[in-house]
Design a protein around this ligand. Sequence first.
Ligand SMILES: Nc1ncnc2c1ncn2[C@@H]1O[C@H](COP(=O)(O)OP(=O)(O)O)[C@@H](O)[C@H]1O
Ligand SMILES: [Mg+2]
Length: 404
Amino acid sequence: MRCIGVINQKGGCGKTTIAMNLAACLALLDKRTLLVDMDPQNHCAVGLAVPEDQIERNIYDVLISARSEKSLAVNSIIWQISQNFDLAPAGIELAAMEPQLAGKDRREELLRDVLAGLGDSYQYVVIDCPPSVGLLTFNALRASDEVVIPVETGYFALHGLIRQLETLTILRQQCSQPISFKVLASMYDVRTKLAREILNELRKNHKSDMFQTVINFNTKLKEAASFGQPISEYDPSSKGMRDFMALAQEIIESEQPHNLEKSVESVESQLRAISKTADELLTESQQKLGVRSVRGEQQDKKISLQEKIDNFYGVRQNQGKVEFVALYPRAKSVLLAGDFNNWQPANTPLNPQGSNGRWSVDLPLAKGRHSYRYIVDGRWQEDPYNQNIQPNEFGEYNSVVEVK
Ligand SMILES: Nc1ncnc2c1ncn2[C@@H]1O[C@H](COP(=O)(O)OP(=O)(O)O)[C@@H](O)[C@H]1O
Ligand SMILES: [Mg+2]
């Protein structure tokens, strides 16, 4: 049984999406797979259409009773999702586990002990973790032979790669057994040339510490979860499906890691090196870009390059107006709908800015909080360059702008 923890203290970097779809694809490749949800938010059940109100017992009950006479077996909480694919759901009670077990001996090893009781029922166990580093994540860590660290590689996220890897410092203090750690680039935006170049370079330099597979940003993955299906059921022909099949295959083909003497310290320093390379490449590319634009526009005053790049997409405010800027090189029309136009996009198009794929519009908006979405060639979506989002009633997300 190979046990794979999906760990990163950063929320929204794709852990649950990866855990669910990796498990689904391993199952599709004939591997008996159990997905264990250790996040009190129980997102795996939601994303796999397990009715939450009918979950009577969850992994909390198993863990909390593990060392008592009336211990509850993992088997008794399992939901079958599809052939070869089972889920051990989480529950909100998990959030209280840490204080309840304060001072208890070997409390970080409960999950490991419990999974050991499964014997050979499963070939793979995938563990989804909460976005924090505490008892639940330590339990996942102790139970894992391998750890997948999803790292969001959208353009903006690359700036703070090191922050995404901070988890490692904490794990280092907690981890005694040998584990293989590997970074998985997630939410990769292939449309951004810079992100593309950086990823290629990282992969060249840090081959053994990163998965060859990259999980691209693919809205089908988001849609699949909102329909309660893994991508293998929702859209088997999607790019998201291709990525997860490739990941499952890469994991199956990689032998159980054998260079286990590799210490966590050395893994940590390798990950730091990855992050440093990313920062260097980013700075280098920005400098190149700066030289070109300064010469090209014959400006003697140096523009802040960072400002130039950061302002390229997203929303910015300028003297009572809000500018919406998006990059859609292949789009034929980009419209804007929001609470400010009664969600009627027809009269608020973004205008193409030359032939570089950049679209923008200036709107005078009242002070306060506004929600909006783009309609790109007829398809509604959130603004991919605005990280301020909130769920809407359709199970999707609206982008949000706060006008000051
Ligand atoms: N590769 C991807 N492409 C598009 N959307 C994604 C991708 N990965 C995750 N998402 C979306 O981003 C949000 C956060 O992802 P999630 O997997 O829940 O992260 P975490 O579990 O780390 O908090 C979800 O809405 C999810 O559907
Ligand atoms: Mg999650």
